[in-house]
Write a protein that binds this ligand. Sequence first.
Ligand SMILES: *Cc1c(COP(=O)(O)O)cnc(C)c1O
Length: 437
Amino acid sequence: MHGPHDAAPTGELRHAGSADPPSWFTRGRDRVWLPYAQMKTAPPPLPVVATNGSRIRLADGRELVDGVASWWTACHGYNHPHMRIEIARQLETMPHVMLGGLLHEPAARLAERLAALLPGDLGRVFFSDSGSVAVEVAMKMAVQYWINNGVRGRTKFVAFRGGYHGDTTATMAVCDPDEGMHRLFKGLLPEHLITDLPRDEATTAALDRLLGERADAIAGILVEPLVQGAGGMLFHDAAVLRRLRALADRHGTLLIFDEVFTGFGRTGSMFACDAAGVVPDIVTLGKALSGGTLPLAATVASERVFRAFWSDDPMQALMHGPTFMGNALACAAANASLDLFEREPRLDQVKAIETQMTAGLAPCRGLPNVVDVRVRGAIGVVELSTIDIPRLKARFVAEGVYVRPFGRIVYLTPAFTIGAEDLARLTGAIVTVLSEP
Ligand SMILES: *Cc1c(COP(=O)(O)O)cnc(C)c1O
């Protein structure tokens, strides 16, 4: 069923002796500015020399079972042969050509396939190279949608507490104000309307009021459907999204789903909007879009949105164009990834992961420091009342797994191809480490 990359040994992890770090590591390590890291005090990164399936091999020979899938991207595991072959094939023909005045088959095929997969008439695909930029493009699209329709002053977005939409300045401004970096960058960030998700009658009424009062200023509502990821792996149900659709329609504003995290099976359906039965006006995709191989993102608009840009006036064109947009290698990778969703039982694998994680993480429920255990699709979360992140990170590595807690949560987002034994190692390591005093 899986490719040969899954033939990796599932028995004991190898623990070779502690060889000296490789020279590339000692020479270059202080030159690389790492993400979200206090460079003075953070422990050094782990030198990685290879990946395979759900395993990360370190320079000293140890192999870690990967619980993160490289920020949720590597849905087919690492080094899937079909991904490798298709990317190599594209490399031979044409690694990249700009989309300025040119078009190539990988981008055209990918756009056609995404349009066919997405619900409703979401089918006008604007490519970019990161999730943050895809969200920025969605925001520009929404603002210009109103301008092109002759409506001025609609430049604010309604977004939600617990949300995360990226690290660029426009997207930071629509992240959760406490989790995000609003305070640090006050003065740089435009102010948007960040409020509670309409989970019940009171919050729905409050949002209804806000949309009514600020209708003339609001360009759109921006939400991560079903699961708010980097803001804390917070779940909400489909009814919340149906309320958002109804409220957006009542107040005549645009609804944007940021599916950079939830897209491509992570929550159990191909897209979260499928499970919710709600069609947004714009959707953003990224992360697993290229199967965890090359940077690629997309902003997909409905006909209603696209039509606002369809005119004889050049100033009514969408004013955006990343240098590497629609990169041919990345689009070939995304096409190969979609092939795998067709040929291999990815959504069944997500179901099996959900079942196994639910059972495997259940023992955490009784632990004194645990406030919640939740699983949806291939996302497993243990929420703690207090957390010692550096200690946990080190203990997980010692247990032979790569798990990266943040905020007050320990979570798993494994590759969908992970074997049952490797997944048991991940959940077992979490139970073991969280059971320690
Ligand atoms: C990761 C993420 C982004 C940002 O994507 P980058 O590729 O890191 O820029 C945006 N929205 C959501 C929901 C994400 O999970």
